[in-house]
Design a protein around this ligand. Structure first.
Ligand code: GUN
Ligand code: ZN
Length: 440
């Protein structure tokens, strides 16, 4: 495959920005280029310098005046929930039983799972998301469908067969043994195959027996390099139910702690109502709290206390995610816009440098994948997004009065969505413009 050179303005973070003026946190190239070869970033920087060293036969695309950034990363999303986005329910537990647990039963059908998997990756790529940590359904065939399609498209994806063995319809239950065996089979078949990564995925304490949580911990011990993902402290009724099911627990986090599920590769969706002790143990173990603003607002779950978790003496690692289908939009731009508002309601601020850092390098760091993705540095995988801040008439009008990079980012965040994604590159190849433009 020949090399590709893309030209445009480059923005890539080096570390977490310490304020709106922290220009040392990122690199920006006004007339920049990225040279991509064999799926990797071979060079990036000033256009003239990159061009001089590029092979003569490389394919060149000019994206000026658009902004080229690392592809967006979504750290919590449910692929079997595409068709329940926007389901009318009072709160989490009603939403789960009325819609989610009904819908996910359809994924015992491998053909259905394959059709939705294809639609899922189309949608991510349309929105500039190149990596996600995804939940499949309880059925092994749903994970097989996910990875088959992800591998075919050469995407860097993390996903897991959900483990759940109680408090759900029979069609959605495994057992401690079958949950273990099926997860093991998915790991053996898919983990490390191309760019695929498997996560151990007990849904949450409410739908797993003690026996199953022990099996999840066994899998973690047997595969210490794997991610673990689950839900924690999303809603008050959920917290009360979890405490009832594990009466010996000091708090909800203690349940996962007791079974050995905390750690630097562990991703906990939501974490809205954590007590001090819970935040302490999350911090001490390097566990990651995943902020899902559109979901938290849609389900009325609460306001994620980002600044307190981030700035306490024992800071908690934080990631950002859509949580489709509790979440209401695939776009990480829409997600940070809603995240900004969640902070506003608490008298907190998230400046646009921080929000774009969070959906690129920040999320890569939270996934411990920052040596592979999340930046435009040479040696990283060539997953990129090209952003057009004039994508709609309203955006173009506003851009007429924008003079600073931070203002442009804030505009992209506030008014942008999939229309602002001019192109998505996956492993060095265009992936948005080549999508069929018809519904599945
Ligand atoms: N808690 C357990 N399962 C789920 C889910 O599918 N979505 C959300 N938002 N919370 C959960
Ligand atoms: Zn979720």
């Amino acid at each position: 495959m020949s090399a590709r050179l893309i030209r445009g303005r480059l923005l890539s973070f080096k570390q977490a920005p310490q304020g709106l003026d922290d220009s040392s946190s990122y690199s920006y190239e006004e007339d920049g280029a990225v040279l991509m070869r064999d799926g990797m970033i071979a060079a990036s920087g000033d256009y003239a310098a990159v061009k001089t060293n590029a092979p003569e036969d490389c394919i060149e695309s000019d994206h000026r005046p658009h902004l080229i950034m690392p592809g967006f990363i979504d750290t919590h999303i449910h692929f079997p929930q595409m068709q329940i986005v926007g389901s009318y329910a009072s709160a989490l537990l009603e939403w789960l039983t009325t819609y989610t647990f009904v819908e996910e039963q359809r994924f015992s059908d491998a053909d259905h799972a394959a059709r939705i998997a294809s639609a899922f990756f189309d949608e991510l790529l349309r929105h500039g998301t190149t990596t996600a940590a995804a939940y499949c359904s309880v059925h092994k065939q749903s994970a097989d469908a996910f990875f088959t399609e992800s591998h075919r498209r050469n995407l860097r994806m993390i996903a897991g067969k959900v483990m759940m063995d109680r408090n759900a319809p029979p069609g959605l239950l495994d057992t401690p043994q079958s949950g273990y065996d099926d997860t093991k089979a998915v790991i053996e078949e898919w983990h490390g195959k191309g760019r695929q990564m498997v996560a151990i995925t007990p849904r949450f304490a409410i739908t797993s027996t003690p026996g199953q949580l022990e099996m999840a911990a066994t899998l973690m011990r047997e595969h210490p390099d794997l991610h673990m993902q689950t839900h924690l402290s999303e809603n008050h009724a959920e917290i009360a139910f979890a405490k009832e099911l594990f009466p010996w627990s000091q708090d909800y986090t203690h349940v996962y702690e007791h079974y050995g599920l905390l750690g630097p590769k562990s991703l906990f969706g939501h974490c809205i109502h954590l007590e001090e002790r819970e935040a302490d143990i999350m911090s001490e173990t390097g566990s990651v709290a995943v902020f899902c603003p559109t979901s938290n607002l849609f389900l009325g779950s609460g306001l994620f206390d980002l600044k307190t978790l981030d700035e306490r003496d024992k800071p908690v690692r934080i990631a950002v995610a859509t949580d489709i289908g509790g979440g209401t939009n695939y776009s990480m731009l829409r997600t940070i816009d809603e995240g900004y508002k969640v902070l506003q309601l608490q008298g907190q601020r998230m400046n646009p440098l921080e929000s774009f850092y969070r959906i690129t390098l920040g999320n890569a760091q939270a996934l411990s994948l920052d040596d592979r993705i999340g930046s435009l540095e040479p040696g990283r995988e060539a997953d990129l997004v090209v952003l057009n801040a004039r994508a709609t008439p309203a955006m173009a009008l506003k851009m007429d009065v924008v003079s600073k990079l931070t203002e442009e980012l804030f505009l992209l965040q506030t008014l942008g969505d999939d229309r602002a994604i001019a192109e998505t590159y996956v492993a060095g190849e265009p992936a948005k413009s080549v999508l069929a433009n018809h519904p599945v």
